[in-house]
Design a binder for this molecule. Sequence first.
Ligand code: URA
Ligand code: SF4
Length: 202
Amino acid sequence: MSLNSEWLEIIYEIQNCKKCRLHENRINTVPGEGPLTAKVVLIGEAPGRKEDEVGSPFVGPAGRLLNTLLENSGLKREEVFITNIVKCRPPGNRKPRRDEISQCLGYLGRQLRLIKPRVLILLGNTAAETIYGLSGVEWHGMMRDHGKIFEINVYGVKTISIPTFHPAAALYNPRLRTILLEDFTKVVKPVIEELDKTFTQP
Ligand code: URA
Ligand code: SF4
């Protein structure tokens, strides 16, 4: 199966998915967006209200902050792939439950195997806990481990991963916002620059 037809198959399955209770209240599924050739993949928690209305990830207030963070680290939104741990909005924006996450994870696994990112940016504890749980990394929580670089193998894909706070958590918390901005400028940016170097060298 070609890259594109496998991709369309994943989208089709997500759009028709009723594997967990989150399908009951959704307006749209939010499979994720970006080029399949992206070197950088960002993973959030779950679609919010605006994302559910539109069907695209990070298009609400948290998305605007994410755009600033990407810009600050020299990344264009169009060149990264953005998705979430679960593809449907939990009612009232509650956290996705463990069983919902485990029902949905197969889609993320297939997305990652298709895209094979070089860098994975994990936005918030749900994304970090889930991905590190799958890759056998001991996770001590965001306060202690944000902005660190972990080499992981997740779904057979070897990649660098960087956990940081969720943009939504930083919206009304100036202290977290400062840390998040620093993680992107002091950790994500140099990692991306290093990546660009290895790609431009003959
Ligand atoms: N929060 C998330 O985790 N994902 C989105 O797509 C939007 C808000
Ligand atoms: Fe299916 Fe995932 Fe939506 Fe649950 S959240 S219904 S598993 S696509």
